[in-house]
Design a protein around this ligand. Structure first.
Ligand code: NAG
Ligand code: NAG
Ligand code: NAG
Ligand code: NAG
Ligand code: NAG
Ligand code: NAG
Ligand code: NAG
Ligand code: NAG
Ligand code: NAG
Length: 849
């Protein structure tokens, strides 16, 4: 089906600029303000702004008598209850806080069991973490342990927290101090640290074969627990369709001109524009063709300079325009006879056909200047690998999950052949593309930089931003930036764009010119050419033309994936081909290669679901370093590997970019937020530490639930039968397992700010929340640790119970958290995957009489 681009209200202004000396100029103007539905703004006017901190006042009294807390304190709204710990605990410099949630409001008339669990969970989750003393936060209040030790289904949930507090000693004996406690658990900092410690210690206690330990124990658990996102689910499978073929060039006129050449060297494979006479229909008469080069006027205007013209007398004539410019356009006019019903030519129409071409032309004098720059003061001497290239290839609006769904060939090549590291905890730092690029290139949030917003008094252009490509440029790198969709450009849609060309090679003038032509109105194709081919060719040419000098390049393609979770699939093979050719030609041997997206999909059906909301926040981000770095800098490869599972952001990537220029310098002194990915990101990092606002934070919060709870029992039973299903084929060898005990159960869900986020204010960019309309969480996610017989196995399982149906599923790898030794010996060579679950029958004790 032919999809027509929606009208964008753009206008073209044609001006003859007489005072410019060359032959003939046309100024193409695009109105960048058109199309306000794009890229930045998704705003539901029903959403209301508002904070949601429910501060509770809580009195803590130092209690010198030993034993459990006796003297409770009270607050006006009676949510919290606290008492100090014993004198011994005080000596340990910790303050024991006991909070009791009165949940009478929800325990009365629950509509059904499921909703009640959620409501109570909600309340338990809102138990405070931040402790404020007399208006000021208590220094680094760290919740060490926390446990809801009453069944939330039956009684008031009690939360115990141990808050380290220097202030504790300042509380006189039997005296009271008033603390204010805030009702949001910040980024789930609380519970996971506790469970992490427990888990590790239980594994240490068990001892056992060291090989088994890595095989069988629960993976290292970061403090931030990420949601278990699914590739497929009956909830959203219907939103996906397979589109592998982009059908461009429906009419033969789209093939009228093409690039060809005799001097096909690697660097300049094409050097002439030719005419394809077979594309001319018998009813058409060719009139004339002109060749114009395109150059930048400013970020919103491009210039056409007509260099060659040919007027045709007959259709048999050939055409050869030299192709030497970076960006060019060839326009041909044809006269076409229009036939009426009696098959007689009744009238003639003039048809215009435009084709556009890109290439990167190496500028020897630029290379000379760059080399001189590098020589100067031996600039590259400290750089990692002596002038390590940075190449970035990105697509818009693609979550990590969707990248794997829709770009599987590229993903496989990146992770397997290039051994790239895909960061699973890579979070967005703000709304839309601009926030991510500014973070990546400067290390700051937009609000921290000079105001460059359009239509605001005293705002400046983006030249004032401290962008990292400037740093690369002054270090002797040749720089490139390519981004399509000029009308909604990252730095030009909401911001003022650049006064001066920001990088040595800059593709924007091409896209500005293209958007003024009628052929552009079709989605994804410009005539016979898929639009993303222009981006990829420009990137390919740049790397080839500058293969021998240090370079920094970003190629980012928006159109395919911006409004569709499916279309980007048509680029899979093309992106793969590009990366593969770079690898095969050795261009990646001295390159930090980045494959990335800015954020996940921000529109469409998936985005309305919790899955989509989480995916939006977890874009694809992959980083690959050359293989020889394993030997020369094993620490970098080791840290990148670790950081795959850590909480990371564009700010960290920005620090990494600076680190490339200064390795092994200390990145803490570098500009901007974040930590270098070449170093280990702390396991206990929280969204707060990483400068991620709560509503962008996907770290899950959890609340302990009673193991007697029927739903927990059902979920645990489901997990054991799931394990049995896995070994069912080998029942003659592996004994059937049974549920022996549930040792711990938690309910997990995203923080409430994320669920209440209703978009950003288009002007202020402030987050808008809707307290009344939480996004529905259509399931209960349990994390359960359980024990099985007869193998004495201990497991951690993630079980999702859907509320709308009877469906239950396992949502993450099941972790075996104790040693299994040689229990699976009967199948382990043939079915290593099943080792965790198989208890070979030979180990079963004969029943004693
Ligand atoms: C866990 O083990 C570590 C190291 O053996 C120890 O320092 C820590 O106190 C233990 N934590 C708990 C909760 O037992
Ligand atoms: C010439 O035009 C025909 C369509 O009429 C097309 O199929 C063919 O691919 C074109 N050749 C080139 C080199 O573009
Ligand atoms: C090419 O033909 C078109 C249509 O007839 C005409 O408007 C235009 O002026 C011609 N251009 C040249 C350079 O002859
Ligand atoms: C078709 O075009 C011819 C030539 O212009 C004209 O004489 C004839 O009347 C037209 N027929 C119809 C049905 O319009
Ligand atoms: C080539 O580079 C030089 C020096 O950097 C610059 O002055 C010149 O304008 C460049 N030429 C082109 C065609 O871009
Ligand atoms: C803009 O700059 C002028 C001159 O510096 C100053 O007087 C004015 O207050 C500024 N306006 C705003 C909104 O900052
Ligand atoms: C890659 O680079 C390393 C280190 O600079 C060098 O030793 C090796 O020969 C290069 N390999 C290729 C295929 O160019
Ligand atoms: C994380 O661990 C480091 C030391 O390993 C500690 O200094 C820091 O306070 C911890 N942060 C949190 C949030 O627990
Ligand atoms: C079940 O697990 C709980 C919690 O760890 C423990 O207290 C209890 O003794 C266990 N029961 C059995 C039968 O193992």
């Amino acid at each position: 089906m032919r999809i027509l681009r929606r009208t964008r209200g753009s206008f073209c202004l044609v001006l003859a600029v007489g005072f410019l000396l060359s032959s003939f100029y046309i100024l193409v103007v695009r109105n960048p303000r058109a199309g306000t539905d794009r890229k930045d703004d998704e705003l539901d006017t029903n959403h209301i702004a508002g904070g949601m901190d429910q501060a509770v006042r809580m009195t803590v009294r130092k209690d010198t008598s030993p034993g459990p807390s006796k003297a409770p304190y009270l607050t006006t709204n009676e949510i919290g209850k606290a008492s100090a710990g014993t004198e011994e605990r005080a000596k340990e410099n910790s303050l024991n806080v006991r909070l009791q949630n009165t949940v009478s409001t929800t325990s009365t008339e629950a509509i059904d069991r499921h909703t009640e669990v959620l409501k109570i969970e909600e309340i338990a989750m809102h138990t405070e973490l931040e402790v404020i003393q007399e208006g000021k936060p208590v220094q680094t209040p760290t919740l060490i342990s926390r446990n809801v030790n009453k069944d939330p289904l039956n009684e008031a949930a009690t939360t115990e927290a141990q808050v380290s507090s220097k202030e504790f000693h300042e509380i006189p004996a039997n005296n009271q101090k008033v603390f204010e406690v805030h009702s949001e658990v910040v980024n789930g900092r609380s519970l996971s640290s506790w469970s992490t410690a427990m888990r590790r210690n239980s594994s240490q206690k068990s001892g056992g074969h060291s090989d088994d330990v890595t095989q069988s124990y629960s993976r290292e658990q970061p403090l931030c627990k990420y949601p278990d996102l699914q590739m497929e689910s009956s909830e959203f499978n219907h939103l996906f369709e397979t589109i592998t073929n982009l059908n461009c060039g429906h009419a033969s006129i789209n093939y009228l001109t093409y690039l060809d050449g005799n001097s096909r060297t690697d660097i300049f494979p094409w050097d002439v524009v030719k005419l394809n006479s077979s594309a001319i229909l018998p009813t058409q008469k060719l009139l004339n063709c002109t060749y114009s080069k395109i150059t930048r006027f400013d970020d919103f205007h491009s210039l056409y300079t007509t260099l060659h013209t040919k007027v045709f007398v007959s259709n048999d004539e050939t055409l050869q325009f030299p192709f030497k410019d970076e960006f060019s356009k060839v326009t041909c006019f044809l006269e076409e006879a229009v036939f009426n019903q009696t098959q007689q030519a009744s009238s003639k129409v003039i048809r215009e056909h435009n084709n556009m071409f890109v290439q990167v032309v190496r500028n020897e004098s630029l290379v000379k200047d760059k080399k001189a720059e590098i020589e100067k003061e031996g600039r590259m001497k400290t750089a990692l690998g002596h002038g390590m290239n940075v190449l970035m290839v990105g697509v818009d609006s693609t979550s990590r999950m969707n990248f794997m769904r829709k770009l599987p060939k590229t993903f496989k090549y990146f992770t397997e052949t290039l051994e790239g590291h895909v960061l699973k905890g890579y979070h967005v730092i703000g709304d839309g593309t601009t926030a991510q690029f500014i973070g990546m290139l400067s290390g700051f949030h937009e609000e921290e930089l000079p105001n460059a917003k359009r239509g605001m008094e005293n705002s400046t252009t983006c030249d004032a931003f401290p962008l990292v490509w400037n740093k690369f440029r002054t270090m002797g790198y040749t720089t490139m930036n390519a981004e399509d969709e000029a009308g909604t450009g990252t730095f030009q849609f909401r911001l003022q764009g650049f006064e001066n060309r920001p990088t040595d090679y800059y593709m924007r003038p091409f896209w500005v010119a293209q958007e003024g032509l009628p052929e552009f109105e079709e989605w994804f194709c410009f005539g016979a050419t898929p639009k993303h081919h222009y981006t990829l060719k420009y990137a390919r040419d740049f790397v080839e033309a500058y293969h021998d000098v240090p370079k920094f390049a970003i190629a980012f393609h928006t159109e395919l994936s911006h409004d569709s979770i499916n279309m980007v699939q048509v680029a899979d093979e093309d992106i793969l081909t590009l990366i593969k050719s770079w690898k095969d030609k050795g261009y990646l041997n001295n390159t930090i290669f980045i494959l990335f997206a800015d954020h996940g999909a921000r529109y469409g059906g998936l985005r309305k679901l919790l899955q989509g909301r989480l995916e939006e926040r977890l874009p694809f981000f992959g980083i690959a370093v050359p293989p020889w770095m394993k030997k020369s800098h094993p620490e970098i490869v080791r840290n990148l590997k670790k950081n795959e599972e850590r909480l990371t952001t564009a700010f960290d990537f920005h620090k990494t970019l600076q680190h490339v220029l200064d390795y092994p310098g200390d990145p803490s002194g570098f500009q901007g937020h974040g930590l270098s990915l070449f170093q280990e990101i702390p396991l206990n990092r929280t969204c707060e530490d990483a400068s991620i606002a709560d509503h962008w934070c996907t770290c899950l919060q959890s609340v302990t639930v009673n193991i007697q709870n029927v739903l927990v029992q059902e979920a645990a039973g489901f997990a054991v039968s799931h394990m049995n299903r896995l070994t069912a084929m080998h029942r003659s060898l592996c004994a059937e397992l049974f549920l022996k005990n549930i040792t711990h159960a938690e309910l997990i869900k995203p923080n409430s700010k994320l669920l209440q986020f209703g978009g950003s204010d288009p002007r202020s960019r402030n987050a808008l929340f809707d307290n009344g309309r939480n996004l529905d969480v259509p399931f209960l996610d349990f994390r359960i640790t359980l024990e099985t017989g007869p193998n004495g196995g201990a497991y951690e399982v993630s079980v999702r119970k859907w509320l709308s149906s009877e469906k239950t599923e396992i949502t993450a790898d099941i972790s075996r958290i104790n040693v299994y030794g040689n229990h699976p010996s009967c199948i382990q060579d043939k079915f290593p995957r099943l080792r965790k679950y198989c208890f070979c029958r030979e180990f079963m004790n004969p029943v004693s009489p």
